[in-house]
Design a protein around this ligand. Structure first.
Ligand SMILES: Cc1cc2nc3c(=O)[nH]c(=O)nc-3n(C[C@H](O)[C@H](O)[C@H](O)COP(=O)(O)O)c2cc1C
Length: 197
């Protein structure tokens, strides 16, 4: 069986630090035999959650746009890599807007109780967070982790690992970072090999 790996780039900067690091991860996954695909949120058409709570009644989102199509793709992927740069100490507006749209799945799980993931399902679905930041602060990613955890929990994926590179202002970009590009390639290989076993 071939693992399907879906990469989602939440950076509005095409081929910048974050998407480049995501690409390297996907190259590693492909080298290990996975079928890989990448979606760039900036290229999609979706609106933020309206907070109408219509999904609380039937588990459906009344806004039928690209966000729903992408959630359907997530749910049929084996591995997920979600990437965002740090913008003002958190994830980008593009990614946060997309994550808020998962509310209909949250409603299915916790209000209607029509969606359930077994421990075995979660173990077989691995998710990775990829991020870059300009500052060298150790805590610069701390605002992003809880939101990413919430996303992975809702879609039934194990929060498997992070690939994070800070201090990029000093390094002058991700390609000059001493370890991140190799780490991304190796972790792409590792997650696919782990999935196969
Ligand atoms: C609007 C904006 C806000 C940013 N805020 C932060 C921040 O709070 N902390 C930080 O370390 N870097 C910050 N940065 C720098 C980016 O995180 C960094 O340059 C990142 O690698 C950019 O990735 P990209 O090329 O994918 O956009 C910010 C950059 C932008 C454009």
């Amino acid at each position: 069986m071939t693992a399907t790996v879906l990469g989602i780039s939440g950076s509005p900067h095409r081929h910048g630090n974050t998407e480049t690091l995501l690409d390297r991860f996907l190259e590693g996954a492909q080298a290990a035999g996975a079928s890989v695909d990448k979606v760039v949120l900036k290229a999609l058409q979706y609106s933020p959650c309206r907070g109408c709570n219509s999904c609380h009644k039937d588990g459906e989102c009344i806004v039928k746009d690209d966000a729903i199509v992408l959630y359907e793709r997530i749910m049929t992927s084996d591995c997920l890599a979600v990437a965002s740069p740090i913008y003002t100490m958190g994830i980008t507006a593009e990614l946060k807007g997309f994550i808020d749209r998962e509310q209909y799945l949250w409603a299915q799980k916790f209000i209607l109780k029509t969606l359930y993931f077994s421990d075995d399902h979660i173990r077989r679905h691995k998710a990775i967070f990829i991020s870059t930041a300009g500052l060298g602060w150790d805590n610069v990613f701390d605002g992003a982790f809880p939101v990413i955890t919430a996303l992975f929990n809702t879609v039934g994926f194990e929060y498997y690992d992070n690939i994070i590179a800070n201090d990029l202002d000093r390094y002058g970009g991700i390609r000059q970072h001493p370890t991140a590009m190799n780490e991304a390639f190796e972790k792409g290989q590792k997650v696919v090999r782990g999935w196969k076993n």
